[in-house]
Write a protein that binds this ligand. Structure first.
Ligand SMILES: *[C@@H]1O[C@H](CO)[C@@H](O)[C@H](O)[C@H]1NC(C)=O
Ligand SMILES: *[C@@H]1O[C@H](CO)[C@@H](O)[C@H](O)[C@H]1NC(C)=O
Ligand SMILES: *[C@@H]1O[C@H](CO)[C@@H](O)[C@H](O)[C@H]1NC(C)=O
Ligand SMILES: *[C@@H]1O[C@H](CO)[C@@H](O)[C@H](O)[C@H]1NC(C)=O
Ligand SMILES: *[C@@H]1O[C@H](CO)[C@@H](O)[C@H](O)[C@H]1NC(C)=O
Ligand SMILES: *[C@@H]1O[C@H](CO)[C@@H](O)[C@H](O)[C@H]1NC(C)=O
Ligand SMILES: *[C@@H]1O[C@H](CO)[C@@H](O)[C@H](O)[C@H]1NC(C)=O
Ligand SMILES: *[C@@H]1O[C@H](CO)[C@@H](O)[C@H](O)[C@H]1NC(C)=O
Length: 668
């Protein structure tokens, strides 16, 4: 191999399994009142957190109950989509519950609809809510992109028909006798698809909690639909979250919810994309199978999938060539089984949406981290192997090393070097651990990451765009040296290629540059953008996504830094923990470099090699940055017809930055 054509065909395979991220929007009911820290109410709420997931699974996916007495009584509800595997259901509920507690610090009432592969709901309150319709608070989301005006009419009539059909179905559905009928959770649940010109399909999901009456269920859904029509008409997807019901439609297969629907041949995937920008490559790309998509989402997500439509003949030839090479990094399944103590619970390092990660020790004493692919991820054996060969050839001190893999029947394992110190976000975003990162360490981390990316971009034999660079994908070794991990979303470019295009966007909100979110265009400059966000996070100790409030135009770290720049107060960004021990001029220079990396126009962002020089040579003068690249989905006045924006908690997908990794594969 090594021919660029073959390389670019090979590479788009998901091999690594991003950890599961519950992409949820927690709604803390501000009107409900608050409780005091360490109060009995809080203790009861913690008890709920620790028992709800198991109670939900023990009751086939739906559980309501309460803990405590009198004013300290906490009522809770947990529910999974019908048909969810107990373990996945339990994970979903636990993660949702956990996110609720850590977001809603002292509100007596809150709820979250959450989920990756499917939907789950967690809700608690100081009042009994069983059987009571709750329409407020509502949390809406919408896709920032618009349906084309000339298609709007037709689009609306298809959508209206679908809505009507589904509301009738949901609210009249008694317990369905099919496979999912055992649980109450399936009582008011429906999903459906309607074909629509240009955009292929409208996919829609509706659910109510089973405690309310069917009349209330329709009421709830109807008012969500009305809300959408009043406020977000013309958008390419909405999500409406209310305590009693869930309404969502998209133009793509979200949350893996639509399992039994055939994907028709693609028409125009992303009509708003400037067609002149789409390279020939895109024709192949739109063939890709499955998964999460276009301008994305915050509530709920993460899909996967894989499929491979390729130039079959050519591919076959390569496979023969590659498989010999592949043997060299293949481990026996038994070897790995032994190394991980039979994948014992004690060796488990973590769980992800696509499998679990175990620590193992090989016979020769080498410590390894083993990712166990869940059986359902539909990746072909051959493709899996080929990808392994590509990634195994990457060797750099700042990249996590793939040592090999194992394939046996359905079991697919990836064997990585073991990196002892968890990930950067683990330290950076925890006040008590952040103190271990003094400026020298952070300086070294920034430098290491930049060298790792530079290697991917230009110094390795391949030209690789990572596409999901973020703090949680940076692992730290025993000496706190950074190692870039997770190449599940990486793409390999031909040596002369500079821009790629995809109709399916993968990555993590907040780390993705605008041209990628909007147009699906990625290049080395998209990684530069993500790197810039990381520099700013490393220096401030703040998550990009932690700026949720819409304070004027400041709604994330990037826009916040821009405001500081305008006010000539960049030093305000610096984490107080490193102010003392650092050379403030150097830190400010790094912030400036970070700002250059997040420029709106990719052409304004420096190349990785330039960044490398800027970081290491303080005598190089830095250009003045323009306003950073970030766009606003709900600029007051433009989308809020008739509503006072300050009254609305609406968020566009792109603005509600979350830690979700949107995982998708476009095998070409
Ligand atoms: C609840 O938390 C908010 C912010 O953390 C705080 O301002 C407020 O005083 C708290 N309320 C009570 C009653 O503790
Ligand atoms: C909720 O429970 C889980 C599992 O028991 C625990 O890991 C987590 O820390 C708890 N969350 C809070 C906020 O206490
Ligand atoms: C749980 O649900 C049942 C049936 O809807 C209801 O009768 C009961 O009061 C609920 N329990 C609590 C604690 O809300
Ligand atoms: C869940 O079940 C346990 C018993 O298994 C019970 O003690 C606990 O109170 C239940 N949780 C809730 C929220 O009712
Ligand atoms: C039961 O579920 C199946 C599959 O989801 C659906 O086709 C059927 O119409 C449902 N039946 C009723 C009575 O809702
Ligand atoms: C559904 O289940 C009920 C009770 O379990 C049964 O009486 C009924 O005949 C079933 N309906 C269908 C269509 O299978
Ligand atoms: C939607 O995603 C699921 C899970 O990834 C997959 O099984 C299903 O075939 C997809 N459906 C469509 C219409 O693409
Ligand atoms: C589309 O691309 C062409 C050429 O690159 C450019 O002239 C035009 O302004 C673009 N249109 C839009 C809407 O971006």
């Amino acid at each position: 191999m090594g021919k660029k054509s073959s390389v670019s065909i090979l590479c788009f395979i998901l091999i690594s399994f991003s950890p599961i991220f519950v992409s949820a929007q927690q709604t803390c009911d501000e009107a409900s009142g608050t409780f005091k820290p360490n109060s009995p109410y809080e203790k009861n709420r913690l008890l709920i957190n620790s028992t709800l997931a198991s109670n939900v699974t023990a009751h086939a996916g739906y559980f309501n109950g309460s803990i405590g007495v009198g004013l300290d009584r906490v009522y809770a509800l947990g529910m999974c989509a019908p048909g969810a595997e107990p373990q996945a259901c339990s994970h979903c509920v636990q993660a949702a519950s956990d996110s609720l507690l850590s977001t809603c610090l002292n509100q007596t009432e809150a709820f979250v609809w959450s989920g990756d592969e499917f939907l789950c709901l967690v809700r608690y309150s100081s009042k009994s809510f069983s059987g009571v319709l709750a329409l407020e608070p509502i949390t809406p989301f919408y896709n920032v992109m618009d349906v084309r005006k000339e298609n709007q009419k037709e689009f609306d009539s298809v959508l209206d028909g679908l809505v009507l059909r589904m509301i009738t179905r949901v609210s009249s559905s008694e317990r369905n006798n099919s496979s999912t009928s055992l649980s109450l959770s399936g009582k008011y649940y429906a999903k459906d698809v309607a074909p629509v010109p240009v955009y292929r399909n409208i996919l829609m999901l509706m659910q109510c909690t089973p405690d309310i009456s069917s009349k209330d269920c329709s009421l709830c859904l109807e008012s969500s639909v009305d809300y959408y029509k009043k406020v977000y008409h013309g958008k390419r997807g909405v999500i409406m979250l209310r305590p009693s019901c869930f309404f969502r439609w998209e133009l793509y297969n979200f949350s893996g919810a639509f399992d039994h629907i055939n994907d028709p041949p693609p028409l125009l995937d992303s009509p708003s994309v400037n067609l002149t920008d789409i390279t020939k490559k895109d024709k192949n790309i739109s063939r890709g199978v499955v998964a999460a998509i276009v301008v994305v989402i915050v509530v709920i997500i993460v899909l996967i999938s894989v499929g491979m439509f390729m130039f079959k003949r050519r591919k076959k030839k390569q496979d023969i060539q590659l498989s010999t090479e592949a043997e060299s990094v293949q481990f026996g399944f038994k070897t790995i089984e032994a190394a991980t103590g039979n994948f014992s619970e004690a060796n488990k390092l973590g769980a992800g949406g696509f499998g679990e990660v175990y620590k193992g020790i090989l016979m020769n004493g080498t410590e390894v981290a083993v990712k166990k692919h869940s059986k359902t991820a539909g990746q072909g054996e051959r493709e899996f192997k080929n990808e392994v060969v590509v990634v195994a050839r990457l060797q750099h001190i700042n990249l996590v090393r793939l040592l090999g893999f194992s394939l046996q029947g359905e079991e697919k394992l990836l064997v990585y070097e073991f990196v002892p110190n968890k990930s950067l976000d683990y330290f950076l975003f925890d006040a008590s651990k952040r103190v271990q990162l003094d400026w020298t360490v952070r300086h070294n981390i920034i430098g290491g990451i930049s060298r790792g990316i530079l290697y991917l971009h230009q110094d390795s034999r391949l030209k690789i765009i990572h596409r999901d660079l973020k703090a949680s994908n940076i692992l730290l070794d025993a000496d706190m040296n950074p190692k870039i991990a997770d190449f599940g979303t990486a793409r390999i470019f031909g040596m002369n290629q500079t821009v790629g295009n995809t109709s399916r966007v993968v990555g993590t909100f907040g780390y993705m540059p605008p041209e990628y979110v909007i147009h699906g265009q990625f290049s080395m400059k998209s990684d530069v953008y993500s790197f810039g966000v990381m520099i700013l996070e490393i220096i401030s100790g703040k998550k990009n996504s932690s700026f949720r409030q819409m304070d004027g135009l400041v709604n994330n770290l990037v826009t916040y830094v821009w405001r500081l720049w305008e006010n000539k107060s960049l030093p305000d960004l610096v984490d107080p923990g490193i102010k003392e021990d650092s050379n403030i001029d150097e830190v400010v220079r790094y912030i400036h470099i970070g700002l250059l990396c997040v420029q709106g126009n990719p052409a304004d962002r420096p190349k990785m090699s330039t960044i490398q020089q800027m970081l290491t040579t303080s005598s190089i003068s830095l250009p003045v940055p323009l306003p950073p690249g970030f766009f606003f989905g709900n600029r007051p006045g433009t989308t809020m017809s008739g509503l006072d924006p300050s009254q609305s908690s609406s968020k566009s997908y792109t603005c509600s930055v979350d830690e979700a990794t949107i995982t998708d594969v476009n095998p070409r």
